[in-house]
Design a protein around this ligand. Structure first.
Ligand SMILES: *[C@@H]1O[C@H](CO)[C@@H](O)[C@H](O)[C@H]1NC(C)=O
Ligand SMILES: *[C@@H]1O[C@H](CO)[C@@H](O)[C@H](O)[C@H]1NC(C)=O
Ligand SMILES: *[C@@H]1O[C@H](CO)[C@@H](O)[C@H](O)[C@H]1NC(C)=O
Ligand SMILES: *[C@@H]1O[C@H](CO)[C@@H](O)[C@H](O)[C@H]1NC(C)=O
Ligand SMILES: *[C@@H]1O[C@H](CO)[C@@H](O)[C@H](O)[C@H]1NC(C)=O
Length: 397
């Protein structure tokens, strides 16, 4: 499933613009201990998160994401709740790395350039309900960290033995030279609502969620991780599954059709997370952390969809109908037995490439590509506000 197309062109582009970047960066006072001859790209990515960045962790354990998931790019189910690639896939491509194998996938995985610990439905905090009760993945962020620690230790033991398996595992120094990416928190917010908590009650536990997030980032730093890439959470109130779950009065809906309270909670989480990142920069003096404003990017896409060539941003592409084309009992890929034959009834729309939302919860590949392009091109979404190429330069190697 690896793709390296575009790598050479990109490498050439890097060469041309790196001088410009360094000059600009120096003028901005960004400290970069780099010279053009010493530029090194990240040799690996280790990702932590939920379905926004799960490349097959949950489905390796609980069963494949059914068709039409994966149809646009992979030609079939590929462990992603999406018709194609996720933002993390575009990120891997842009670094010239193959797509990340899920840590939990024992079939055909190759971890030589990183591993993905994310699973769909993951929360930061461990939940006090089982997956069958609540739908959340038991692989919460603390568990993902435990997996990462085990992976770190065991992969190096195995590499010492050499042989075939050594080639499937990262070199030791990759752990300090890797990019560590995080995209998690959305499910911690919805978990409270599922327990019938009020918005105030949900907000009250968010500092604890962010504390537990910070602990894991520090844990990775203690094990030698230096470059971090942290996404904030998107506008929950603009997602079909939330708009379908609650009954909102017209006053609770904004001019774009999104639920105000849910977006406010997302923004509250994001402001707490941003503050935590400020503290993390103090606590981890050798680290570089890029904080990515996914919320603003996604909100801009949803609220200006038409001007970016998209349509119906609040309606899922894949579903069986209803106002938002989302039905929780009949999600994307649901089938029915008709005359002894299994028939797909929650199908894809005709043109996923024009749609923002894939299945009511997740974005389409087209939207993910657009989102990644914004990260790539518009430094106003990054904190510190430097270009992706500069953020990609690991100052500690
Ligand atoms: C594992 O991936 C690396 C990097 O993408 C590649 O060089 C290597 O050949 C792969 N190993 C196998 C056994 O496919
Ligand atoms: C689970 O229960 C423990 C003990 O009551 C509590 O401290 C913790 O906050 C709960 N976790 C969540 C996610 O509600
Ligand atoms: C939340 O409220 C709904 C509707 O009243 C109820 O069916 C459900 O059991 C409640 N959930 C919990 C966890 O209390
Ligand atoms: C969801 O789908 C089920 C099964 O087709 C149907 O009975 C139910 O009415 C649908 N719900 C809504 C809100 O459309
Ligand atoms: C970059 O993002 C900002 C904030 O959304 C926006 O105002 C600006 O127009 C964007 N620039 C480009 C070149 O898209």
């Amino acid at each position: 499933m690896g793709s390296k197309c575009g790598m050479t062109k990109r490498a050439m582009r890097f060469g041309v613009i790196i001088w410009v970047i360094l000059v600009v960066a120096n003028n901005l006072g960004v400290s970069l201990a780099l010279t053009t001859s010493k530029i090194k790209h990240f040799p690996a990515i280790f990702n932590f998160g939920d379905s926004n960045s799960d490349t097959g962790g949950l489905t390796a354990v609980y069963g494949q994401a059914p068709p039409p998931n994966g149809e646009t790019f992979f030609g079939g189910s590929a462990g992603r709740f999406c018709d194609g690639r996720l933002v993390i896939d575009f990120l891997a491509e842009s670094l010239g790395l193959a797509y990340l194998s899920p840590y939990l996938d024992s079939i055909g995985s190759n971890f030589s350039h990183g591993a993905n610990f994310a699973t769909a439905g993951s929360t930061v905090r461990p939940q006090n309900t089982t997956r069958s009760q609540s739908g959340y993945s038991p692989i919460s962020l603390d568990v993902q960290f435990a997996e990462y620690s085990a992976f770190y230790k065991r992969s190096q033991l195995l590499r010492k033995h050499g042989g075939f398996f050594a080639g499937l595992l990262p070199e030791e120094d990759y752990f300090s030279r890797a990019l560590y990416t995080f995209d998690i928190g959305q499910n911690d917010i919805t978990a409270g609502y599922k327990l019938n908590l009020t918005t105030e009650q949900v907000k009250a536990y968010i500092p604890d969620v962010v504390d537990q997030f910070s602990k894991v980032v520090k844990g990775v730093y203690t094990q030698g991780g230096r470059a971090f890439w942290i996404h904030n959470t998107g506008p929950l109130g603009c997602l079909p599954y939330m708009l379908d779950y609650f009954i909102f009065t017209p006053a609770q809906i904004d001019e774009f059709g999104c639920a105000r309270s849910l977006n406010e909670v997302s923004q509250y989480y994001n402001s707490e997370l941003k503050q935590a990142v400020v503290q993390l920069r103090k606590d981890m003096p050798l680290a570089s952390i890029t904080f990515v404003d996914i919320y603003s990017i996604k909100r801009r896409l949803i609220t200006h969809a038409e001007s970016f060539g998209f349509e119906k941003p609040l309606v899922a592409c894949c579903g069986i109908g209803g106002k938002y084309n989302f039905n929780n009992t009949m999600r994307c890929g649901s089938t029915e037995i008709v005359g002894g034959k299994e028939i797909l009834i929650a199908k894809s729309c005709n043109n996923p490439s024009k749609r923002v939302n894939w299945d009511g919860i997740h974005y389409t590949e087209a939207a993910n590509k657009w989102i990644f392009d914004q990260i790539n091109k518009n430094s106003s979404y990054l904190d510190p506000s430097i270009s992706l190429e500069v953020a990609y330069q690991n100052p500690n190697v």
